[in-house]
Design a binder for this molecule. Structure first.
Ligand code: ADP
Length: 372
């Protein structure tokens, strides 16, 4: 599976029979003169070299694609038409789709015989009903520009919600809230395996406070800044790359923010408070959307590793049936339940595995199109 970003290419070679990871790596700093990797072509040639050393036949390549636009509700076997659709979604994901496309284009040339599958971050959210994915703006304008909520982190959210539902013994019916808290962060509400709401929107900028992204703000802030003399590009750059935890306190790494907070740093304390407040607000909102919640699942670097963030955002939710077990929360690592046995709403920590999910989705598509 290949995750081709703007400055890096991550790859994993997975044998699904195990599943076993046969090879994994990351080529970084693409385009920087001193890295020696001039472009995506050079990066993927390195990947091809690495992969060719592993014995056995490569059956398929799965590509992570951030934005599938309105067309894709599931992964797609890549052909020229699929490439065109991913190109059509570039205006919706100008930072991500071009890099994903570069990866696809080079990989198709390097391995012309191997089927390639696009796995979209947006696909899992295609079940979100119109009431939740429609922005209340002029509907003609919305249609013309493709403005609606699409949602992202779909691959991780699908994987984690399925596992969490199994962990509470309700694989087919559970109502689940997934909190994917990495550098990017999103919350999603899933009912019986189908996503019904999510915090990221037309782009990954909406919703929770993230490492460098603002999440929700009043859209009038943007006009205010533009009228004040900032260019639209500067405002976008600020909201995407210099906001969130980084904007609030100068650090986007949650571990550093927490260390600074522990030593009494005021900016880091405020950044942490804003982050946790927003997260708690979304948990409450999705409890209301779902009616009953079987399990709240934490994943991503912060969600999996920070017992403190989990405790902070769940404290006060006891009347809603959430009882965190303080011992389980801090004592173990990895995928597990961290609520008490009596808790009406279970709390799970789930180690996400987007790569494995992409490999599985890819295999499903090629088995369907090419049954043996
Ligand atoms: P990405 O979204 O790039 O895949 P990750 O899911 O790895 O990122 O999450 C990165 C975030 O997880 C960083 O903010 C990092 O500080 C945070 N993180 C990792 N370990 C811990 C920890 N023990 N406590 C708090 N935050 C952590």
């Amino acid at each position: 599976m290949i995750n081709s970003g703007s400055s890096s290419v991550k790859y994993q070679l997975i044998d699904l029979d195990g599943p076993v990871r046969l090879k994994a790596g990351k080529i970084e700093r693409i385009g920087e003169p001193e890295s020696g990797v001039h472009d995506h072509e050079a990066a993927l040639k390195r990947v091809a070299e690495e992969v060719s050393r592993v014995p056995g036949e490569m059956r398929a390549v799965g590509h992570r694609v951030v934005h599938g636009g309105p067309s894709y509700t599931e992964p797609a076997l890549i052909d020229d038409d699929v490439v065109k659709q991913i190109e059509a979604a570039v205006p919706l994901a100008p930072l991500h789709n071009p890099a994903n496309l570069a990866g696809i284009e080079v990989t198709r040339r390097l391995w012309p015989e191997v089927p390639q599958v696009a796995v979209f971050d947006t696909a899992f959210h295609s079940t979100i009903p119109p009431a939740a994915h429609t922005y209340a703006i002029d509907d003609e304008v919305a249609r013309r520009f493709g403005v609606r909520r699409y949602g992202f982190h779909g691959t991780s959210t699908a994987y984690v919600s399925r596992l969490a539902a199994e962990m509470v013994g309700k694989p087919a019916t559970a109502n689940v809230i997934v909190l994917h808290l990495g550098n990017g962060a999103s919350a999603s509400a899933i009912s019986a395996g189908r996503c019904v709401d999510t915090s990221m929107g037309m782009t990954p900028l909406e919703g929770l406070v993230m490492g460098t992204r603002s999440g929700d703000i009043d859209p009038a802030v943007v006009f205010q800044l533009i009228r004040g003399g900032m260019s639209p590009e500067d405002v976008e750059e600020m909201l995407v790359h210099r906001s969130g935890l980084l904007g609030l306190c100068g650090d986007n790494d949650m571990r550093t923010v927490m260390e600074r907070r522990a030593s009494g740093d005021e900016r880091a304390t405020l950044a942490y408070d804003v982050y946790c407040h927003r997260l708690k607000k979304y948990i409450g909102a999705y409890c209301a959307v779902l009616g009953t919640v079987d399990v709240i699942a934490f994943t991503g670097g912060v969600g999996e590793n920070s017992a403190q963030v989990r405790r902070r955002v769940l404290t006060g939710l006891e009347p809603m049936g959430v009882r965190l077990d303080p011992f389980r929360n801090v004592s173990c690592t990895g995928t597990r339940l961290v609520s008490t046995d009596e808790s009406r709403v279970a709390v799970a920590v789930v180690a996400t595995d987007e790569e494995l999910e992409i490999a599985r989705e890819t295999f499903t598509v090629i088995s369907r199109t090419n049954p043996e």
